[in-house]
Design a protein around this ligand. Structure first.
Ligand code: COA
Length: 155
């Protein structure tokens, strides 16, 4: 298959319908359009989309609180996975977060979600605790992971 180039950019209001479709395709309890719209109203919220051939195929959200931040979600459409799109989103998200003074990033991930756990581990996230029955539909524990950005090189 021909290599397609990925563009990562800030999520805008006109992306909401596409991002909602990514949420629906990827999660059992997707974020609503309203929640996604609200996320764009705050300076603390850093939401990026990934485009291939002008089509939004993935997105990632981060909420910053001074020197700490939480990943809200990362998702890529099922038919275009394993082509480095989440990697591109995560790299840009961490780069921007680091630039804006974030030192530690936290996230929760379903215990069974080995794809996402492998992705996060590649970027030096480490499991720090378990939140019991954190997820619904189906009920499942969350692994809480964190990554220290303060020792990484600033770009
Ligand atoms: N099995 C094992 N590891 C996997 C994997 C799989 N099926 N898919 C991705 N990974 C890990 C690997 O470490 C991979 O690196 P490698 O290719 O060098 O082995 C790394 O993730 C990066 O892969 P990439 O191609 O950039 O990821 P992707 O674009 O396929 O997206 C997810 C990865 C997790 C975002 C995607 O599978 C997804 O949208 N899942 C559903 C939503 C979700 O669970 N999000 C996480 C919420 S916490």
């Amino acid at each position: 298959m021909e290599e397609q180039s990925v563009t990562v950019r800030k999520m805008e209001l006109f992306d909401i319908d596409d991002v909602e479709q990514v949420e629906i395709a990827c999660f059992s309890t997707p974020w609503s359009k309203k929640s996604l719209e609200e996320a764009l109203q705050y300076d603390t919220h850093q939401f990026l989309v990934a485009e291939v051939d002008g089509k939004v195929v993935g997105y990632m959200g981060l909420i910053k609180m001074f020197t700490e931040a939480d990943v809200t979600n990362i998702a890529v459409l099922p038919d275009i996975r394993r082509r480095g799109i989440a990697t591109a989103l995560l790299e840009e998200t961490l780069k921007l977060a680091r630039k804006s003074g974030v030192e530690v990033v936290f996230l929760e991930v379903r215990q069974s979600n080995t794809c996402a756990i492998h992705l996060y581990e590649k970027y030096q996230f480490k499991a720090i605790s378990i939140r019991k029955n954190y997820y619904q539909n189906p009920t499942e524990h969350a692994v809480v992971m964190s990554a220290d950005l303060s020792t990484r090189k600033k770009e």
